[in-house]
Ligand binder design. Structure first.
Ligand code: DON
Length: 361
């Protein structure tokens, strides 16, 4: 008796659910929606264009000049890209220009070191505390109990490079470049003139590395570690490649294009938490307050923001603020994050509308 009535009951229930609009009867572009939470192509395309048009004439900030070659980069260059966890890419502006990844590289060297050491050993050897100081601060190294601070400031990043296993500096460098290339899904290259310019002027980083040696917080040759670190900062990326690198983190460490599982899924939350806490250095608190997305900046003018489960936003615009973060990139990412409800601290980011909360009273 009960069994016989089941199909009818199921049908009635399904009709009620559909009528209530709880389950869409038809999902357009199902093939593109491999991720249940990624924005649709139409949504992403629209906001990328809007943001590009809104901020293309923004003139705030100044190119980095402590690495001489960066001062010569055209300040007007501007590119925006969104990459989703279901392997869609939307990009506008100077999308073919290859700029130096600079400090954004630190995130991927952290990921590589964590693959080898696991989160506990990595945390013990480097730490993940905000320094509240500039990214190249000597005071932070002297003052902080860990000395290394976190893997995203220069000292912590140089120590992170020293942790990556290799028989020679060349082997370490090619391992790092391979790893970044796999995150981007394309072969990346060193920008030789950036490397030479930085290698000729990086006395501050050499000092940081020697200071770490005094505290036993560097785990290989201090100058060799600085040299490999300088190379990693000189890797060239386009906004599209950078967005794909971000999407790999957003997608549990699996590149959505190549489908290679590059980073252990369990390591991803640790990496993103470090980015939220220190990705924009002494600007990280304000960034988290306004935007609520883990992100990383580089003095080359790039910023990548990761939207867990959904994708990544990458922006390139060389002029920087006082903390060393691209002015244009911050504005564009804040705009896109608001338009698409990406702030991870907002219940709206997972679809909970304010009206739904009010109606439960
Ligand atoms: O070591 C340096 O100073 C540069 N290669 C990287 C610094 C950087 O990108 C800071 N970011 N905003």
């Amino acid at each position: 008796m009960f069994r016989k009535r089941m199909p009818a009951l199921t049908f009635v229930l399904a009709a009620v659910v559909l009528a209530a609009g709880l389950v869409p009867a038809y999902r357009p572009a199902l093939a593109q929606q491999a991720s249940p939470v990624a924005p649709t192509r139409a949504q992403a395309q629209m906001v990328v264009r809007e943001a590009y048009d809104k901020f293309r004439n923004e003139t705030g900030g100044k190119n980095a000049d402590y690495i001489p070659v960066l001062a010569q980069v055209d300040s007007k260059l501007f590119g925006v890209a969104v990459a989703t966890t279901d392997a869609q890419l939307m990009a506008v502006g100077d999308t073919d220009y290859s700029f130096s990844i600079q400090s954004i590289s630190k995130v991927y060297s952290q990921a590589l070191a964590m693959e080898e050491l696991g989160p506990d050993v990595f945390f013990q050897k480097i730490g993940s505390e905000p320094t509240g100081r500039a990214f190249n601060s000597v005071f932070a190294v002297a003052d902080m109990p860990t000395h290394t601070g976190n893997p995203l400031v220069n000292a912590g990043a140089i120590a992170t490079v020293s942790l990556i296993s290799a028989k020679s500096a060349d082997e370490k460098w090619s391992k790092i470049l391979d790893f970044y290339s796999k995150a981007a899904g394309e072969r990346l290259k060193l920008i030789d003139e950036v490397y030479k310019s930085e290698a000729a002027t990086n006395t501050g980083n050499k000092a940081l590395s020697m200071l770490l040696a005094k505290y036993d917080r560097i785990y290989g040759d201090p100058f060799e570690s600085v040299d490999v670190y300088t190379k990693q900062c000189s890797v060239g990326v386009t906004v599209a490649q950078l967005a794909r690198m971000g999407a790999t983190l957003a997608n549990n460490g699996k590149n959505p294009w190549t489908t290679e599982q590059l980073i252990k899924p369990d390591n991803v939350p640790y990496i993103l938490s470090t980015m939220m806490m220190a990705g924009l250095y002494d600007g990280s608190g304000g960034w988290s307050w306004k935007v609520g997305l883990p992100a990383k900046s580089g003095v080359g003018g790039g910023i990548v923001a990761v939207v867990p489960g959904k994708g990544a936003i990458a922006v390139f615009g060389p002029p920087l603020d006082e903390a060393g973060n691209s002015v244009k990139a911050q504005k564009v990412i804040e705009y896109i994050a608001r338009r698409l409800d990406f702030n991870i601290y907002s219940p709206r980011s997972v679809g909970l509308k304010a009206s739904a909360v009010a109606s439960s009273k």
